[in-house]
Design a protein around this ligand. Structure first.
Ligand SMILES: [Mn+2]
Length: 364
């Protein structure tokens, strides 16, 4: 198993690379999407939370050339020079696939664009592409101080307006892709319609990913409720992950296994899900974080204080010979001059110790 670090686009600089390496990371997962493009950055370095009206920002803020093979190659080389292997790109830009998610008029052209991106990623030698097939995206969460020592963290406290308000036209996955869209809200669809959109996406993209040597990796819906902002969710119970992998069986149809999101789900057992999918070899990489409670009442916690026994997860992964990357995903912010850094460093140290313990017990 390998320790990785997730970089938002604005963190792609030498200082953040050095920080990750100092925390013990050997691998990197990069978000190329500029979530905050012309949007508010009120949460600083932390994860995007979601805003009902304006979203995080305007889609398409990352210049097209950054998705080219050449640019991805140089990103990989820059990270390598800093001591990090580029393991995955996380998330498509809504500008590239809004009509794939919404079954809109530009769907055919956009699926071709996604294929081109996956070919570029493969040609650049990046083995994984994470995605979140979701119309509402991350929404309905609030910032609070509900974890140890009153650290700043996110969670969900019932069905807030931000989880129930309909999505205006021109917005998907929390980003505005068309500022000139007509008035009105996205039409409501049912779960089977969303699954058929996913099936189209996988049938088109998985063969291309296979040929490119890339594993597509699906993130579950966060928060995992049946509907958010009046739109259906795809993977909001652990068993739904199996339906996703069964749709198009392939090593390239894999999972971005988010422990926190899975633990927030109202059904299932996190250890069983981890055992099942790591045994099947479905997991491309892992979001390694902890949480207390379940939807719609939960709090993201420090790595060692939530409902999940992280040591037990590590034992399951070791038993099933999981060889992939774990990244911290996100962490509570700590009370000091560098709240985000402290929270991440604390999490990474804990992960590193678990990994060292896990490998020392391993038969060679
Ligand atoms: Mn996650």
């Amino acid at each position: 198993m390998k320790l990785g670090f997730g970089f938002y686009r604005h963190m792609l600089n030498r200082e953040h690379c050095d920080f990750a390496v100092q925390c013990g990371a050997t691998h990197a997962v990069v978000h190329l999407v500029d979530y905050f493009h012309r949007g508010s950055r009120e949460h600083g370095e932390d994860q995007p939370i979601g805003d009902t009206h304006g979203g995080w920002g305007i889609a398409g803020g990352t210049p097209d050339e950054e998705w080219s093979e050449e640019s991805l190659r140089s990103l990989k080389a820059e990270l390598k020079a800093a001591g990090l292997e580029l393991e995955a790109i996380e998330n498509f830009d809504p500008a590239h696939w809004h009509d794939v998610l919404l079954d809109g008029p530009r769907k055919a052209a956009q699926i071709e664009r996604l294929k081109e991106i996956i070919r570029n990623v493969g040609a650049a030698g990046i083995p994984v592409f994470g995605y979140n097939f979701s119309i509402a995206g991350v929404a309905g969460r609030t910032v609070g101080n509900g974890t140890r020592g009153g650290a700043r963290t996110v969670g969900m406290d019932g069905a807030a307006e931000s989880s129930t308000a309909p999505i205006p036209k021109g917005m998907v996955w929390n980003m505005v892709y068309d500022g000139e869209a007509p008035e009105g809200m996205l039409p409501e669809i049912d779960h089977e319609e969303l699954w058929s959109r996913l099936e189209f996406f996988l049938r088109e993209l998985v063969p291309v990913a296979e040929e490119a040597g890339v594993r597509l990796a699906a993130h579950p819906d966060d928060p995992p409720l049946p509907r958010v902002r009046r739109q259906p969710r795809l993977v909001y119970q652990p068993a739904m992950y199996q339906r996703l992998v069964d749709l198009v069986p392939s090593r390239s149809n894999a999972l971005e296994f988010c422990l926190g999101t899975l633990a927030e789900m109202s059904e299932g057992d996190i250890y069983e899900a981890c055992d099942h999918h790591s045994r099947q070899g479905d997991i491309a990489y892992i979001h390694f974080r902890n949480v207390r409670g379940k939807v719609p009442h939960y709090t993201e916690t420090f790595i060692d204080e939530g409902d999940i026994d992280m040591r037990r997860i590590m034992e399951i992964l070791r038993k099933n010979r999981y060889e992939g990357v774990l990244i911290p995903d996100h962490a509570p912010q700590m009370s000091c001059e560098a709240p985000w850094h402290a929270g991440m460093a604390y999490t990474m140290g804990y992960m590193k110790a678990l990994l060292d313990g896990a490998s020392s017990g391993r038969p060679e």
